[in-house]
Ligand binder design. Structure first.
Ligand code: NAP
Length: 287
């Protein structure tokens, strides 16, 4: 918190981070970060800040002066955040920043969806990255983070299936020949080769159309990841579990992507516990 007198600015020592968005929609980030602050006994805070796009640059310029050690950034500010900060390779590759922090006074940024995706799979399906082809559905912002993560993890063949073919082609241009753009209607033929199947589209989300994927066509050792977390248990996740496949769900990724921001802001690396997951689950089903 900052109090401005006529000539001086007094900043209290309790560190605070915030989520910057417009509009300030209901987010699970305060639940997650306040849980970890309590767990570590850190006298800090995590708040939500509604900032109009026209005011974003000024808000960021005054972030530290306003008592913030960093921030999460959500729609519609992620591209502006990238442009106004010193991004790491992940944020640059994804084309969007979701986490800001200060390093020796310099505003830095990253995109934690990359490690959220990887760490969730490491947690739920150890060895998931050891072999084979990946099939990724979708070519939006989340798909960019997933494709970058898969390349980081050594995947040489990522079949990218998207409703709008040109968007899949543009990911090949961005990420290189590991990405194989595939037409939507060819998906059923690809499934038997998918050692890893990832849904990054909004299909299967509450209020959206269902996801037309027959998990019976996947190999017996396939791992399935769904980024959608509303509903908690998507039809894809349910069907994959019923078939005995290993599954990484969207809530797991959401929780894991928050770890790095907390560590950068508050200096302790938190863990994703079953208790934290239950807290967020309760919030998800009640909103
Ligand atoms: P986005 O940039 O808007 O991309 C949406 C993607 O969904 C595009 O590939 C789009 O295809 C596809 N799509 C939408 N409606 C479709 C339909 N009716 N039929 C076929 N394809 C359709 O969104 P995003 O930021 O990538 O987010 C995508 C999903 O991931 C959301 O549900 C989001 O909540 C989730 N997500 C979760 C996490 C997490 O931590 N769990 C993190 C990030 C995102 P076109 O290109 O053809 O339009």
């Amino acid at each position: 918190m900052t109090m401005t007198a006529s000539t001086t600015t007094i900043t209290t020592t309790a560190p605070a981070a915030c989520l910057i968005g417009w509009p300030a929609t209901h987010s699970r980030s305060p639940i997650i970060h306040r849980y970890w602050l309590r767990e570590f006994g850190i006298n800090g805070d995590y708040r939500t800040e509604a900032v109009h796009p026209d005011d974003f640059a000024a808000f960021i310029a005054a972030l530290s002066a306003n008592g913030y050690v960093g921030a999460n950034v959500t729609i519609p500010h992620k591209e502006q955040a990238l442009a106004l900060s010193n991004p790491d390779s992940r944020a640059r590759a994804v084309g969007a920043a979701n986490t800001l922090w200060f390093d020796n006074g310099v505003l830095c940024s990253t995109n934690t969806d990359v490690e959220g995706f990887i760490d969730n799979l490491d947690d739920c399906a150890p060895g998931w990255d050891s072999a084979g082809d990946a099939v990724v559905l979708g070519a939006g912002g989340a798909a960019r983070a997933v494709v970058y993560a898969l390349i980081e993890c050594g995947f040489r063949r990522i079949h990218l299936v998207n409703r709008t073919p040109m968007r899949a082609v543009s990911l090949r241009e961005a990420f290189g020949k590991a990405v194989n753009p595939v037409e939507w209607h060819e998906l059923p033929e690809l499934l038997p080769r998918a050692n890893l199947f990832v849904n990054t589209t909004s299909l299967g989300m509450k209020g959206q159309e269902p996801l037309p994927v027959d998990v019976a066509r996947l190999p017996d050792q396939a791992v399935v990841a769904d980024l959608v977390y509303v509903p908690l248990e998507t039809e894809l996740v349910q069907a994959a579990r019923a078939r005995g496949l290993r599954v990484a769900d969207g809530l797991g990724m959401l929780l894991h992507q928050a770890v790095r921001g907390f560590e950068l802001w508050f200096g302790r690396r938190p863990t994703v516990t079953a208790e934290l997951r239950r807290l967020v689950e309760v919030d998800l089903v009640s909103h």
